[in-house]
Design a binder for this molecule. Sequence first.
Ligand SMILES: Nc1ncnc2c1ncn2[C@@H]1O[C@H](COP(=O)(O)OP(=O)(O)OP(=O)(O)O)[C@@H](O)[C@H]1O
Ligand SMILES: [Mg+2]
Length: 295
Amino acid sequence: MTQSIAFHSYKGGTGKTTIACNLAAMLATKGYNVSMLDLDVYAPSLHAYFEKTPYKWINDLLSDNAKIDDVMVDMTSVIEEYAGLGKKGGKLWIGFSNPQKEEVYKLEGGGGKQANAKIQLLRKFIQLREDLISEYDSDYIIIDTSPGIRFWSINSLAIADTLFLTLKLGDLDIEGTRKMANDIYGSFTKFGAKSYLLLNRVGGYCVPNTPIVPRNNHHRSEEEGNDAVALPPQYDEADLGKSLSDEVSMDLISAIPCYCDIQFSRKEFLTVLQYPNHPFAKQLEKLATAKQIKV
Ligand SMILES: Nc1ncnc2c1ncn2[C@@H]1O[C@H](COP(=O)(O)OP(=O)(O)OP(=O)(O)O)[C@@H](O)[C@H]1O
Ligand SMILES: [Mg+2]
């Protein structure tokens, strides 16, 4: 069976692309055939992440100017380069989206003047998924999407079996997230899709994960002296994850800490392959082997 997993979020910059790419690479090293799609059609980034200019883009497929074989790029060598897997590893195919603004506008306009042009495009997305399953023998289809509730952000979720709603702590929009979970995800889950919360950049690695009491809430004793430093309050992530998960009625699939070296790296690139012992790689290992996404 194929698992099609889409990464989505209410706000931007939550780590969708980073986690999606690392998960795809991790699954391929485990011997699975992975097809990855850049369906962040409003602001594509996989071509920049992988430093690749493809012969044809997903946009060409959608406008009938390319076939699937022209669009899907075999990126397995990237995996082999780092992981030295030879024939053991699975395949990693990637379909890139065109970042040129004319191409983005074309999709935004629905690819044509006919009233049903957007529906036609959606059908092509669905066909793409079918072809990736039948012709590419994909075990996993990993989909990177645009944040928010714009037309293609939501419609690209239609080809997923599993939705990961990615949240970055410190920038929570509980109300927006809850509304999106109820209004939008509800309509997908009604037809059998599963959705999970994925917390990213939680405290615990370079940020203390214990709550710190601010000075004015703190009844200090005489012995404590005056040199106690009042740091901003931290979330208690375990509680926050639980209450969020209750509020939006979605199980929490993972809570990945914030790693300064990733956040401030000049260019994060497949940490799971470059630094397999990095704690981020261990988190991704857990996600890749989670029973909820088993094929
Ligand atoms: N666990 C993490 N720890 C530290 N930095 C992280 C972590 N996850 C992601 N980042 C960093 O956060 C930034 C945003 O990540 P990313 O581009 O993957 O988000 P995104 O959700 O795809 O954004 P957009 O909505 O704009 O497409 C990047 O600089 C990335 O390296
Ligand atoms: Mg992104």
